[in-house]
Design a protein around this ligand. Structure first.
Ligand code: FAD
Length: 180
């Protein structure tokens, strides 16, 4: 999970992203291309915009639509959408394996933070993250170029704030062991 918010513009909502890591082997191992395919499907389905679906619709296996999107009868009035995405069906654009994994995670998250699965909760899709270049290093994050250490997302060593920070500490310890 991660989250992002504008510092100068506040709404009543909070948000987080839920990411399922996909590893492919044979006969097709290009996860970047796989991610691009999913992005293209959503681009088509949403007419160029991301898709948003109410949890209540998701649970009932139906698409969200403009006519019922804010329906009080369906308990959709609680969480107001603050982003202009297209109401639709995120399960049409995402492989079943990923949908299943995300749904299992959401059910667990709802136990920790009750209310996540309120019918009005908004599910936006897609969010797709790609790993960057992977630099080969030893356990101290030193590359095969003597004295060059790499850390963080750009070197493929992390994909989040904590991991990036930890990789920096590992490299710093490696440098101090080598030179001091
Ligand atoms: C929208 C968004 C939301 C995110 N939300 C979360 C979250 O909620 N939780 C989480 O854990 N992670 C989140 N992340 C990921 C997280 O921000 C990164 O994993 C983390 O910042 C990577 O740290 P880093 O030090 O490797 O790289 P960066 O933070 O990108 O730092 C690299 C620095 O190098 C500088 N730089 C680049 N080129 C040069 C150059 N030639 N010379 C000098 N300086 C240069 C850049 O300006 C930058 O300051 C989010 C990322 C984005 C984009």
């Amino acid at each position: 999970m991660n989250g992002d918010a504008l510092s100068g513009e506040k709404t009543a909502n909070t948000n987080f992203a839920l990411i399922n890591t996909v590893a492919l082997t044979e006969p097709f191992s290009d996860t970047t291309e796989f991610g691009h395919m999913i992005a293209k499907q959503f681009f088509l389905l949403g007419g160029g915009r991301p898709i948003v679906q109410r949890v209540g619709d998701f649970r009932e296996g139906r698409r969200s639509s403009g006519s019922t999107f804010n329906s009080a009868n369906r308990h959709f009035a609680t969480c107001k959408a603050t982003y202009n995405a297209v109401p639709g069906d995120i399960t049409l654009g995402m492989p079943a394996r990923i949908i299943d994994n995300l749904w299992e995670s959401l059910k667990k998250a709802d136990k920790i933070v009750p209310g996540i699965l309120h019918p009005s909760t908004l599910l936006y899709a897609p969010e797709i993250k790609f790993f960057d270049t992977h630099f080969m290093t030893d356990e101290n994050l030193e590359t095969n170029v003597n004295g060059i250490f790499v850390t963080g997302d750009g070197a493929g060593k992390s994909r989040g704030i904590v991991g990036a920070g930890i990789s920096g500490i590992i490299a710093a310890i490696g440098i101090s062991k080598k030179y001091f």
